[in-house]
Design a protein around this ligand. Sequence first.
Ligand code: GAR
Length: 198
Amino acid sequence: MRDFPLVILFSGNGSNMQNLYEQLHHKEFMGLRLCVCAVLCNNENAYGITRAKALGARCLIISHHHKTRHEFETQLLQALKPFAPKLCILAGFMRILSPHFLQHYPAINIHPSLLPLFKGAHALKESFESNMKIAGVSVHWVSVELDSGAIIDQAAFHREETPTFESFEQKIHALEYELYPRAVLQALQQSFLKADME
Ligand code: GAR
């Protein structure tokens, strides 16, 4: 069976990276064997690196410090090239990717709000502090505009279930762990279907 190479990019805690690795690595899907051939982190102090080691994942560390976006992305591209990933999965990867990177690899991202609401780095806090009755998470294709690519899937819950910020955050993470692996498969199916039609 043919391997289908994926990479996961993260910046911090890495809990979504771990969950995706556990759910998707070596899973059979549409006649292919999904293979998380590497995970990549831009922060050498990230706890996710410890998680990656425990999983036995190939972990690449490329710091963005003291580099322009172009230099950083050139290094990412060089590091990923040997793996020839078909898809980059962003899991708490807190750097913006420009067309310089995105022209080489399609990417998807998870965001802790019901997009298009609460784009950007403070989504969790802004969503918690809003007067909305529902909150949730979104998985979307990465486009050049921040948190604005086509939505692949979303999940929502009633705010009244989570009165404190801690319970709200926990609920968001629980939804992410459920949604993201499923949404990756949806994204693959969408892109296979698209490729078939071309
Ligand atoms: C997740 O909640 C993810 O949705 C968010 O970062 C967290 C990473 O947690 N991503 C963004 O805010 C992207 N704009 P993790 O490192 O434990 O997976």
